[in-house]
Ligand binder design. Structure first.
Ligand SMILES: *Cc1c(COP(=O)(O)O)cnc(C)c1O
Length: 507
């Protein structure tokens, strides 16, 4: 039901809507609307019950296990949200001068430093507002680097076939041609194909490690040598860092530029497409190209002189913070967002990192890996087809439903829909496309053994149902507010506007 369907002409809530009118003059006639806006008319309780009811229909990490591979809703402690929402942060005006925002700048600077440390990169910019925008920034920096050296014959970016779709899309948006290379039977990059694809035309390689197949690329040193020897740069898709936090650094693997999805790994719930933060980290040689603004820490000002002129920022001897601008970084690729990026996400990430500390980061990586490997082993034992049983999983792994489909006609999509009836959010389906009928499963580091065992039991039940009552499976979900949706129509003909059957409020 829509809020408009609860609407009654003239219904108001007087306490919330004091009767006043304001007039603004001087607006050109062409910009003035000629009829009344269509707004629902409802009482306070109608509105509260409507939206509370909708929120209770949500299938969320607060209510259910959510093993959505790669894009998983990872651990989002409430404390991070509470601290990021402090009124002092919320009420800060984005145009306020740096001198009155030393606290927030100190937090952002602290986050930059932590991310440098965790990734082994020389510099970090927090500005990109999504993983995809971080990728764009990263490849734009690679392009700026080659261009600044007059090395303009490099036209290609190499991308393995297992990559997230945003990788090739980013390369194309930055004006490059994508050269796709295959994955070998172990889930690693095919080195011969990489060698054959690499040459003086190579601007760089985009790699996800651990990959979207859930395995750690063991040949990373050989890969980085092939690319660097050819004069190319290495891009690291760090959307999901939870398996490697505190264990291994992309900088040590030889990567020149990396993006991180702070809304996946660093504590921002991101259902429904936002909000996000795709911070980028770079090696020394890409520092001049970082997107702006970057927060810098200035050394402490000299003590007040006898003439009475002191530290203009009013900050003690610890130094002060300011945003770097084009004057400081004239070769920057520029701004990617208004003001300071998605600052709420950045503050949550800062609190999360400070709460965990170095020791906590190790724990995240260990439990992410342990949970994934436990679940993979249990499903393997139960007779499910694991895509790379010979490999240890990182934070996620793939199960193929191809044998079930061949035997019963029940697809990975049917299994995913039936999982909803059993109280589980489905894993990622049909990605990566290398494995037929695949489910990409990421159990998240904070889930208990009981939850993982119950999930295995649910998948076993569903497999039995596929043989016994396939028509039940084809119609799933049966217990949700909506049944099976036409996802192609939803993507191609998305229509989110409400129009009345007859406009009862026309002026
Ligand atoms: C989620 C994800 C992205 C894209 O991030 P967005 O914030 O959705 O733009 C890129 N690569 C990988 C591996 C991802 O999981």
């Amino acid at each position: 039901m829509l809020i408009f369907e609860r609407s009654h002409p003239g219904r108001r809530n007087a306490a919330q809507a004091p009767n006043y009118t304001a007039t603004v003059s001087g607006i050109p006639a062409a910009l003035l609307r000629t009829d009344q806006p269509l707004l629902p008319e409802a009482s306070e309780m109608d509105v509260v019950r409507h939206y509370t009811g909708l929120s209770q229909k949500n299938f969320s990490i607060d209510t259910h296990f959510y093993p959505l591979g790669s894009c998983t809703m990872k651990y989002n402690p409430r404390a991070c949200n509470t601290l990021a929402m402090l009124p002092q942060f919320l009420a800060r005006h984005p145009l306020a001068p740096d001198s009155t925002g030393q606290g927030v700048l100190a937090c952002l600077h602290g986050l930059q430093e932590i991310l440098k440390d965790v990734t082994g990169m020389a510099g970090v910019s927090l500005m990109p507002m999504a993983g995809a925008q971080g990728e764009f920034a990263g490849i734009a920096m690679i392009r700026a680097y080659h261009d600044a050296r007059g090395d303009t014959a490099r036209t290609e970016i190499i991308v393995p076939d297992a990559a997230h779709g945003t990788n090739p899309a980013t390369a194309v948006m930055c004006g490059y041609t994508v050269k796709e290379i295959p994955t070998d039977a172990n889930g690693d990059v095919d080195l011969d194909a990489l060698r054959a694809a690499t040459g003086p035309q190579t601007a760089g390689l985009m790699l996800t490690n651990p990959s979207t197949l859930g395995v750690f690329e063991k040949q990373i040193q050989a890969i980085q040598k092939i690319i660097h020897d050819a004069g190319g740069l290495l891009y690291y898709d760090g959307a999901n860092l939870n398996a490697i936090l505190g264990k291994v650094k992309p900088g040590d693997m030889g990567f020149d530029v990396i993006h991180m999805n702070l809304h996946k790994t660093f504590s921002t719930p991101h259902g429904g497409g936002g909000p996000g933060a795709g911070a980028v980290g770079v090696a020394q040689r890409l520092m001049p190209f970082l997107p702006l603004p970057v927060v810098a820490k200035e050394p402490p000002s000299p003590p007040p002189s006898p003439t009475g002129r002191g530290n203009s920022h009013g900050v003690g001897g610890e130094g002060s913070y300011r945003y770097l601008t084009e004057k400081d970084l004239p070769q920057s690729i520029g701004h990617l967002s208004a003001f300071s990026g998605n600052i709420g996400v950045l503050l949550r990430a800062y609190v999360y990192a400070r709460m965990l500390g170095a020791e906590g980061m190790h724990r995240v990586a260990e439990f992410a890996t342990l949970n994934a490997n436990y679940l993979m082993a249990e499903l393997h034992k139960a007779g499910f087809t694991v895509a790379f049983p010979q490999r240890r999983a990182s934070h996620e792994f793939i199960v193929s439903m191809k044998p079930l489909k061949d035997a019963t006609g029940i697809s990975a999509m049917d299994v995913a829909k039936r999982l909803l009836d059993k109280g589980y959010h489905p894993p990622t389906t049909y990605f990566p496309m290398l494995v037929p009928e695949c489910l990409l499963i990421e159990p998240t580091e904070t889930e208990s053994k009981e939850t993982l065992d119950a999930f295995v039991a649910a998948l076993k039940e569903i497999r039995d149902e596929a043989y016994a009552t396939p028509e039940l499976m084809k119609g799933a979900p049966h217990t949700m507010p909506v049944r099976r949706l036409d996802d192609v129509k939803a993507a191609r003909e998305l229509d989110l506007t409400w129009k009345p059957a007859t406009n009862t409020r026309a002026a």
